[in-house]
Each structure stands twice: as C-alpha cells, then as structure tokens.
Design a protein around this ligand. Structure first.
Ligand code: SF4
Ligand code: SF4
Ligand code: SF4
Length: 195
C-alpha cells in the first residue's frame, strides 16, 4: 500500500532517505579522501605533475592489482559508489555466486573479509569497504559488474600510492586500464547521474 503524508503526497521511503543521506556522506567521504590524496600528491606527483589511475571502464578484474604493486598491501583499493548501489540483499560483489547456498556471512566472496554489510530495512542492505583490509584483488568488482550496478570498482588511492615513475601494475595490466591523470584531478569516480 502506498505510504502517504497527511497532505496526500507520497512519503519518502526509508530507502529514499538512506540514498539521500548516503549520497551526501559519500561525497563528503570522497572529498576527504581526495583531500588526503591531494596532500600526498603534493609530495608524490612526478615531475610532469601526473599520477597513475585506473579507468574502471577498461579494468577486467584480472587480480594483478593485488600482486604487482611495489607496496604490500597494494595501493589499489575497492571504492564503493553508494549513490549507484542497489542495496541488494543478494549482492554478487559480497557473496560468492559459485558456492552461495545461503545469504549468511559464510558465503562471502572477499578473501580478506573487507566488505561489511548492514541491514537497513526490508530487502535493503548497506555495504562498506574497510580499506585497510582490502588488497585490491577486484573479485567483488567482477561480481558487482557482472550481476549488479557496477557500484564496486578499483582505484589507485593516492594517500597510499608512491607514484612510481613506472608503475609495475600498469606494466602488467592486460587491458590498458592504467592511465596518467593530472595530479589536480587524480580519480576517475563513478557517480550517480544528476536527477
Ligand atoms: S605507482 Fe607504484 S605504488 Fe602506485 S599503484 Fe603503481 S606500483 Fe603501486
Ligand atoms: S574482494 Fe578484493 S577488491 Fe573487493 S574488497 Fe575484498 S580485497 Fe578488496
Ligand atoms: S591490472 Fe588492469 S585489468 Fe587487472 S585488475 Fe588491475 S586495472 Fe584491472
């Protein structure tokens, strides 16, 4: 049954409110992440003022990002675009599609347990990445791009990356997904279309 205000207009659902709030939080979070990155970039950008980044539309989630970075764990992390997430109960970025018999935590896809989820209401679940635990393998990205909205994707985090003059992941990347960006705009973010 439709949920109405006293004046007959549609009440926003909890999901609507969550999306609005989370979108604001996501922008704040990205802003602070960018702030961190920009601080680091002041020290780490190369002579040409450019940095390495992943074009998420070219990445094929080959898992090289987890093992070819000079840092351990990798400077590549999963980013979650909350504004385009479907808040799915059966999220194939979270659950292992091959083995999942249950929506319990034991069916998780992430090898390090870096993805946390919280029930919101009805069938809606909110997902968050613990970057300290993420190794940049991209398994969740593959699942979300295959069966979901592509809300999970990989980015080089510039609060971690030391901006090697020749990035060892870029050399190993089979799909040419690594690009050089101006240090002043170091991320390729998936953001919801303006409504
Ligand atoms: S530039 Fe260096 S530190 Fe940054 S992602 Fe590439 S290999 Fe890792
Ligand atoms: S599946 Fe891989 S990329 Fe995704 S959160 Fe876990 S460690 Fe990070
Ligand atoms: S090496 Fe390239 S294709 Fe492989 S996961 Fe990293 S960005 Fe994606």
């Amino acid at each position: 049954m439709a949920n109405k205000n006293d004046n007959g207009t549609e009440k926003p659902t909890r999901r609507d409110l969550l999306r609005a709030g989370v979108r604001g939080a996501a922008l704040l979070s990205l802003g602070s992440g960018l702030g961190l990155g920009m601080g680091a970039l002041g020290r780490r950008s190369s002579g040409d003022g450019r940095v390495w980044q992943i074009n998420p539309d070219k990445c094929i989630q080959c898992e090289n990002c987890a093992s070819y970075c000079v840092l351990n764990p990798s400077a590549v992390k999963c980013v979650h675009a909350t504004g385009i997430c479907g808040y799915c109960e059966l999220c194939f970025g979270y659950f292992d599609a091959a083995g999942v018999q249950t929506t319990g935590a034991e069916g998780q896809l992430c090898p390090t347990g870096a993805i946390h989820r919280q029930h919101v209401s009805g069938p809606d679940y909110e997902y968050a990445i613990d970057e300290d635990d993420c190794i940049g393998c991209g398994r969740c990205v593959e699942g979300c791009n295959r069966d979901g909205n592509g809300a999970f994707y990989l980015q080089v985090r510039h609060d971690r990356c030391v901006n090697c003059s020749q990035c060892t992941i870029a050399e190993a990347c089979p799909s040419g997904a690594f690009v050089r960006l101006p240090a002043t705009r170091p991320y390729l973010l998936r953001e919801p279309e303006a409504s």
